[in-house]
Design a protein around this ligand. Sequence first.
Ligand code: ARG
Length: 483
Amino acid sequence: MSHSQNRPAQKPDKTKLWGGRFLSQTDTLVESFTASIGFDCRLYEYDIEGSVAHCKTLQRAKVLSARESHTIIKGLRQIREDIRAGRLIWKEEDEDVHMSIERRLTQLIGPLGGKLHTGRSRNDQITLDLRLYLRDALQHLQQDMHRLQQSLLALAERYIDVMMPGYTHLQRAQPVLFSHHALAYVEMMERDKGRLRDALVRINVMPIGSGALAGTNYPIDRHYTATLLKFPKITQNSLDAVSDRDYVIEVLSGCAILMMHLSRLSEELILWSSQEFQFIDLPDGFCTGSSMMPQKKNPDVPELIRGKTGRVYGHLFGLLTTIKGLPLSYNRDLQEDKEPLFDTIDTVATSVKIYAELLAQLTVRPEPMNKAVSEGFLLATELADYLVQQGVPFRESHHIVGNLVGECLAKGKDLHQLTQQDLFKASPSFDNKAFHVLTPEAAINQKNVVGGTATAQVTSQIKSWKKILRSESTTFSKKKRTP
Ligand code: ARG
């Protein structure tokens, strides 16, 4: 018995754009299970931008006439207006953003709409859309990070005179300038921006022409499509092009590191705003109260940002795990890249924006910080270094000062409260100038190396960051911000 005899006499499923070989309709459960329209509809601007470029490329290859191409592009622009104005209703049965737009196009311009997909597959289309989306999203994120850096820099400038304990192991270690601490986060943000910029190099590669997996039969000029869409490069292997999501993973990884930095900042803001530290006052507009305890002002924003870091890490590991076992080339599993990516971008963008604002309104409290600097033997290393200057080997001076600290602890005193005699007893190399090093200001200004906390160094860092951020602002203002 031949196959044709086996086929029941049913009509093909015409409700789907791909329904030709199907004899019954998609199960409704499967329809909603496989649909991505609920989340990929946010890619519509990029999908249409890509389709317009593809259409022009088809015309250049004489696959479409000028008139056909003109009608299709007009239709696509009409659809874009309709979507922007909320006139297009996304339907689950259309499955994804690509098919929703194609169906609408055919409704608008008739069967000609069906020619747009010539030489293209949703497999190369979706990776193009994602690349276009990410180019924009990362541009916006970098601008917001730039604002966050500016807020940190403004804090550093405003409180340039404020000293605080620098910590290791969360134990008071040595005095530092608060500004130095703030600038440490500016450094982190700069590396984060750099990682996203690096990812952009690999995002900026045009994949159309890869077809479903093997390339396309039509003589299209892929470089032309790339030029239209401002891609400096085109992909070189169609199998790789439709299955590659490295760039998504790179973005998730860059965002995970960025969130790790924001989470560390959160932890400090939470600690510093506690009764125990009282180093800062968080702006009221960024805190919430307790439903039961009237006195409470809780640091919910830093707590939530610290908490959301977990979910951003989760997205990175989720996608790595989704992709690790996939044979080449495209597999539907890859549809699972979008929700983690979108959620990551949304979470990170909001966190960065909120911190840029919160830090701009942060109040630093110099008294508790200065008080904390003056207690807790933060100047012990200064004293040990003083002995080194007098020719005592550092190991020995470390031991001598350690003994002095022990003595102070026993007597309930601090180092600067010792007498000249106490010092001389501990080591004859101590002279009366030793007390000069026993002030936090002296300790700070002694650290006069590049990267050190001396006021001169920190001031020059502020100056150089201002210059860097100013020149970056001009590049941002040249690029328009899309909605
Ligand atoms: N929604 C799909 C995705 O996100 C688009 C590509 C679908 N391709 C396919 N052959 N089913 O990956």
